[in-house]
Design a protein around this ligand. Structure first.
Ligand code: PMP
Length: 322
């Protein structure tokens, strides 16, 4: 679908996958006017094809659009377009447990213009591809270290959006983490370097005593759809969930005192990713002896059960693609 000033969003269409033509001075290539979403379609046991909370992805896309000076999209229209594409590409939705069709809607500014201003011509595209199980051998706790050199986002910046620049800012940290055999980094706030924000591509939760704590959304972290779903599930199970400021020192103290029971990341790709090992400078925390905690397992089983149509979707989160 295109956007041209004066015309608005127009011409939604499905075309075969292939290279697109763009001017070398297209603004997205130089100034990063680019937003995206990440979502999945699942093939349920009974053959139905399910999307997970696509309305939330479309709403978040418009939050990103607003921050990046991109004209808002019609959320219903965009959702219908995605459903149509998935319906056309039904055969690409794999059926083995844990697999899915990854869907990547994105918008880029394409004005051929060397000069920094919001684009007047944009493209909204959706690509998709089948992806294998994130944990083919079953849930496996990851190793994470606390990033102390680099900053990904600050309040007033773009951390609450899904825009290319945020991931550009994280590349170096991610590369260094992988070279040291860590899966991802845990970002701290960019000002005081004290408060926990999120993991590379996941939000993060800590179980301290009987409280499940996740950093509050305060402008510099992404409002993850898996995060909000976990909070709703935990509350429905009668658990104490707090969205608040959480310092890395508080987590380290809880670990030293044996009160840190579990930690896990949440995101569309991994669903729930237990954290077994957390490094903060010289402080190494082995969480739950490096094993999967019962709450992480229960959240994973429930969420994937709903997504793969194995258990009843009491929350009304799934949308069937006809
Ligand atoms: N934070 C960041 C920076 C991410 O890239 C993602 C993945 N979209 C998340 C959190 C988790 O969000 P969601 O649960 O919507 O996938």
């Amino acid at each position: 679908m295109n956007y041209d000033e004066g015309q608005g969003w127009h011409d939604p269409r499905i075309v075969p996958y292939g290279p697109i033509e763009m001017d070398p001075s297209a603004m997205c290539l130089h100034y990063g006017q680019s937003v995206f979403e990440g979502m999945k379609a699942y093939r349920a046991q009974d053959g139905r094809i399910l999307l997970f909370r696509p309305d939330k992805n479309m709403a978040r896309l418009n939050v990103s659009n607003d921050r990046l000076c991109i004209p808002p999209i019609d959320e219903e229209l965009a959702k219908a377009a995605i459903e149509k594409l998935v319906s056309v590409e039904k055969d690409w939705v794999p059926s083995e447990e844990g697999t899915s069709l990854y869907i990547r809607p994105f918008i880029i500014g394409v004005d051929p213009h060397i000069g920094v201003h919001p684009a007047h011509h944009l493209l909204f595209m959706v690509i998709c591809c089948p992806v294998g199980a994130y944990y083919p051998e079953g849930l496996d706790p990851v190793k994470i270290y606390v990033e102390t050199n680099y900053v990904r986002a600050v309040r007033g910046g773009m951390g609450f959006t899904k825009t290319a620049g945020n991931y550009a800012a994280s590349l170096k940290a991610q590369d260094e983490a992988e070279k040291q055999d860590y899966t991802q980094v845990l970002w701290l706030d960019g000002v005081e370097r004290k408060y926990i924000e999120e993991v590379g591509t996941m939000n993060v939760f800590f179980v301290i005593d009987d409280e499940v704590v996740t950093p509050a959304l305060q402008g510099s972290i992404l409002s993850g759809i898996t995060r909000m779903s976990c909070i709703e599930m935990l509350k429905s199970w009668g658990m104490k969930v707090s969205e608040r400021r959480l310092s890395i020192q508080e987590v380290a103290d809880a670990a030293a005192e044996g009160r840190l029971k579990e930690a896990f990341g949440t995101g569309t790709a991994a669903v729930i990713s237990p954290i077994g090992h957390l490094k903060w400078g010289d402080d190494i925390m082995e969480i739950n002896n490096g094993e999967i905690g019962p709450l992480s397992q229960k959240l994973y089983d429930t969420l994937t059960g709903i997504q793969w149509g194995k258990i009843k979707d009491e929350f009304g989160w799934t949308v069937e693609v006809k």
